[in-house]
Design a protein around this ligand. Structure first.
Ligand SMILES: Cc1cc2nc3c(=O)[nH]c(=O)nc-3n(C[C@H](O)[C@H](O)[C@H](O)COP(=O)(O)O)c2cc1C
Length: 345
């Protein structure tokens, strides 16, 4: 069974990917309920943490029920990364993860995120600085390389393991690809099957169904799978994959009761964590996904996204339960959105 330092994970762990503006505590709560085995914060700027920026500090929040839990940091300066790892340690997460995969220009131009894939020595120095500054296990999340000509993940994995990184998650795309094309897991499989690599290797990219998860598990031999976009609006993906791996059966689509219950819990946690105004506001983008597939849901949805009190929203959710009580859901394929479609390279 894979372990990260002293964190023992189940046999084939499913990880919730760190996602800026998505993987916050309310969303993580519903993913945990549905079987996510290891979860991460949104990425946090090391400079922001040091400056004590409110937004960065807020991202350190997590609850005991979320464990094992990792905080992800990014940055291009060794001292800032070391200091921010020490700040992370004060809130006692289970591990610190370093983001070496973010492709956006304002991050890579500072030598952070996927920017380091052009300079592995810098990547090593940044990682060593973090490892030396904390007693927590340090993991990394990265991509295959900078572009098609520099797919250096095999070298990266070895050098990271040599300096003490305790697990690696690999998104099967290069920085230049952003989200284009299909994630290529061939190199992820090569890293995993390199006899020198003994740390857990988690595969990431485009997993959106139990069948694909099983096929990739078998084909590439990875230690676990990290799931990002497929979980957005569909936290049930974790339990579906687990059930399929354990039994070979596809679970029926989540019921209306489950969908409404997830909406209510997510809303409740959002309000707890962000306060009523922001909590209610930010929850508005989630209803469409959670209630996808219900015929004629538009009018209800309009109410959900305009109401301003939890009582009124919960009442509409109860009306939805009543209105659709005899409706049986089909599992509709999950659509993986290209989030960086308009991202300047
Ligand atoms: C909205 C969004 C925000 C993301 N933010 C982060 C982040 O903060 N840190 C990180 O390492 N990756 C981030 N990613 C990348 C995901 O963790 C993941 O590597 C990528 O989406 C591929 O996995 P998927 O095909 O399962 O979505 C983000 C992705 C999305 C869609």
């Amino acid at each position: 069974m894979p372990a990260i330092g002293s964190i023992q994970l189940p046999e084939f762990p499913l990880l919730l990917a760190p996602m800026e503006d998505v993987s916050d505590p309310p969303f993580r709560a519903v993913c945990k309920d549905n079987g996510a085995d290891l979860m991460y914060s949104e990425f946090i700027s090391s400079e922001g943490l040091i400056r004590d920026a409110i937004k960065s500090k807020k991202k350190l929040d997590f609850t005991e029920e979320e464990r094992p839990f990792g905080i992800q940091i990014f940055g291009g300066d060794e001292e800032a990364m070391a200091m921010s790892a020490r700040i992370c340690e004060t809130v006692n997460p289970d591990l610190v993860d370093i983001n070496f995969g973010c492709p956006v220009k304002k991050v890579v131009s500072k030598g952070a995120g996927a920017g380091v894939l052009k300079d592995i020595d810098l990547m090593v120095r940044l990682t060593e600085a973090v490892i030396k500054s904390t007693k927590l296990p340090v993991t990394i999340k990265t991509r295959l390389g900078w572009d098609d000509n520099t797919k250096n993940i095999e070298e990266v994995a070895q050098r990271m393991q040599d300096i003490g990184v305790q697990a690696i998650s690999i998104h099967g795309r290069t920085r230049a690809q952003l989200y284009k094309g299909e994630a290529d897991w061939t190199l992820i499989g090569k890293v995993k099957n390199n006899p020198r690599i003994t740390i857990p290797v988690f595969g990431n990219g485009d997993i959106d169904s139990p069948q694909k998860a099983k096929a990739y598990k078998e084909k590439y031999g990875i230690d676990g799978i990290m799931i990002g976009r497929a979980a957005i609006g569909y936290p049930w993906i974790f339990r579906e994959i687990k059930h399929f791996l354990n039994t070979g059966e596809i679970l029926p689509a989540p019921t209306l009761e489950e969908r409404v219950a997830v909406c209510k819990k997510h809303l409740d946690r959002s309000i707890d964590w962000k306060g009523p105004i922001v909590g209610i506001n930010e929850m508005r983008r989630h209803y469409t996904n959670y209630l996808k597939g219900l015929p004629g849901i538009k009018d209800f949805r309009m109410k959900l996204v305009t109401l301003t009190t939890p009582e009124a929203i919960n009442e509409v959710l109860d009306e939805i339960s009543e209105h659709y009580k005899n409706y049986s859901f089909e599992r509709t394929p999950i659509e993986l959105i290209d989030y960086h479609q308009n991202c300047p390279l």
